[in-house]
Ligand binder design. Structure first.
Ligand code: HEC
Length: 111
């Protein structure tokens, strides 16, 4: 019984460690690159690397989650409002700020 308890704690600790370091590159490739281009260099949607990648994280989070840009203007479709949806590998869970920050960090490294 004690062994099972220790295993359970180990599993919980381990999965929270994974959750606290989202893979920004994977999240970007799966959810954003189709419009924003490989490595965020732009496609049908604007370039993000070297542009929005340099915004304050709060401004970037607001753009991604709520669709409001750095000038306070609404972003036009087809940019999704991610707060109302889910990243592909998240099984319906709302994207977290940590995940959005990880995407921005990945884009920051691409410029
Ligand atoms: C279906 C296409 C599509 C997908 C998928 C998409 N976007 Fe966008 N995104 C757009 C379009 C189009 C715009 C420009 C909207 C406008 O100018 O009003 C945009 C704008 C943005 C902006 C503001 C850029 C600026 O300079 O003003 C950010 C930041 C952004 N997207 C981040 C993301 C992130 C991060 C993801 C993935 C989680 C993502 N987008 C997925 C189409 C998309």
């Amino acid at each position: 019984m004690k062994g099972a308890f220790v295993t359970l704690i180990a599993l919980l600790t381990c999965s929270s460690a994974i959750a606290s370091t989202p893979d920004g590159e994977m999240l970007f490739q799966e959810n954003c690159s189709v419009c924003h281009g490989a490595r965020g260099i732009g496609g049908s949607a604007p370039r993000l690397a070297g542009d929005a990648s340099e915004w304050k994280s709060k401004v970037f989070e607001r753009a991604v989650l709520s669709g409001i840009d750095d000038h306070g203007k609404p972003l036009k479709a087809p940019m999704p409002h991610w707060a109302g949806t889910s990243f592909k590998s998240d099984n319906g869970a709302m994207p977290s700020k940590l995940e959005v920050d990880a995407i921005q960090k990945y884009l920051h490294k691409q410029k």
